[in-house]
Design a protein around this ligand. Structure first.
Ligand SMILES: *Cc1c(COP(=O)(O)O)cnc(C)c1O
Length: 392
């Protein structure tokens, strides 16, 4: 039986699949089982910041796999200690909790917020995305993700993004934390304004609430700084990271600020959290980000890409927005047929909602590869692939 039928027969069915079998990658390129090459602007949905098969990450994983893969946090470990020190220094925060995914890092941040404040309410943003477990889903906005699983966790409210007045109205003396993305990813690639984000931080301080910044998608150079919160000089109390942290191995972390205070022993935990294999991979990622100056590269190439996309001058394009190499092209039609047409031209891209083409290329992508992406976009946007007209 061929690969697609075999996988289709046994998958849960929760994923919409594209008609391609990806078997190999190198840098910003992916290859299918027929040997066809694609420029990867999906980037593992934000995981592959270093590109595919980066030799530093591959070597670190191989070396650590032969040394020690598992070691629960009841013991100390060399790789974990070194990673913790390095990651905390990068973020300018004193402590961290290690876990295995974005949703898990969000769950931990919510639990720590409740512990620290002895309050229960969480304010999140409309269009925000924080994951699919019950707590994270309760903070996620899209009703398509939420409604089938209600009732969710009580105490969550949503306020419009980039609107300080409405955020202030949503907060009260029971608010434990406000959780925000610096650039909303899944929600359509909407950058937060400095005024809004700094204002949210001020409101949190005034209300005795904590500020949780979700950097699961924006982290590790993606937006042109190591962390997106550094663009605005924010000082969040909790920072959630995952996706590209360990170069493709599953890993998440919550960085913990001073205002969170003591977290009682035994109050939270994770079996796989802080395993030496993921820690060694993450250490290689952090070293490579620095050595190859990938945040700067994302800033420069991102500005170049946005400039070229804004120059497309297609009546089908409503807006181009983004920060660094996190770029959204909002069009007047549904994006699905355009993503398919891009794939046929050797470019893999993501959707963000119904009408936004989202580009999350590896930060190691070459400028001429971005040129090929822009050319392919220009080509497909010249086609009328609207299925039933414009989308409002
Ligand atoms: C992907 C994502 C998550 C969830 O991460 P998972 O590893 O899929 O659980 C949370 N927040 C943001 C901003 C994300 O992009």
């Amino acid at each position: 039986m061929d690969i697609k039928s075999l996988e289709s027969q046994h998958t849960s069915g929760v994923y919409a699949k594209r008609d391609v079998v990806i078997v190999r990658g190198k840098g910003a390129l992916l290859y299918d089982d027929q040997g066809r090459e694609y420029i990867d602007c999906v980037g593992g949905q934000g995981v592959a910041n270093l590109g595919h098969a980066h030799p530093a990450v591959a070597a670190a994983i191989a070396r650590q796999a032969e040394t020690l893969i598992t070691c629960p946090e009841m013991f100390y470990n060399d790789q974990r200690a070194e990673l913790a020190a390095r990651l905390c220094a990068l973020a300018g925060m004193p402590r961290l909790f290690l876990c295995n995914s974005g949703a898990e890092s969000i769950e931990a941040a919510f639990k720590f917020s409740r512990l620290a404040t002895r309050r229960t309410k969480i304010v999140a943003a409309m269009r925000g995305f924080h994951g699919r477990t019950f707590g994270a889903l309760s903070a996620t906005w899209n009703k398509k993700y939420r409604e089938p699983f209600e009732p969710l966790v009580p105490g969550f409210v949503h306020a419009p993004y980039n609107n300080l007045e409405r955020l202030a109205q949503a907060m009260d003396g029971e608010t434990a934390a406000v959780v925000l993305e610096v650039v909303q990813g899944e929600g359509g690639v909407y950058p937060g304004s400095a005024d809004y984000l700094l204002g949210a931080q001020r409101l949190c301080r005034q209300a005795g609430a904590l500020l949780i910044i979700d950097e699961v998608q924006t982290g590790f150079g993606r937006t042109g700084r190591t962390f997106a919160f550094q663009h605005h000089g924010l000082e969040p109390d909790l920072v959630c990271v995952a996706k590209s942290l360990a170069g493709g191995l599953p890993m998440g972390a919550v960085l913990i600020g001073e205002r969170v205070g003591e977290i009682p022993t035994g109050s939270h935990g994770s079996t796989f959290g802080g395993n030496p294999l993921a820690c060694a991979a993450a250490l290689a990622v952090l070293q490579t980000l620095d050595r190859e100056r990938l945040p700067q590269r994302a800033a420069e190439l991102g500005a170049y890409l946005m400039e070229r996309l804004k120059g497309l001058d297609s009546p089908r394009v409503r807006e181009v927005r983004g920060l660094g190499l996190m770029v959204g092209v909002e069009i007047r039609q549904k994006v699905a047929p355009y993503l398919q047409a891009l794939m046929e031209r050797g470019v893999l891209a993501l959707a963000a909602g119904l009408t936004v083409i989202r580009l999350l290329p590896p930060l190691v992508i070459e400028q001429q590869q971005l040129d090929r992406v822009v050319e392919a976009l220009a080509e497909v946007l010249a086609l009328d692939l609207s299925e039933g007209g414009e989308v409002e």
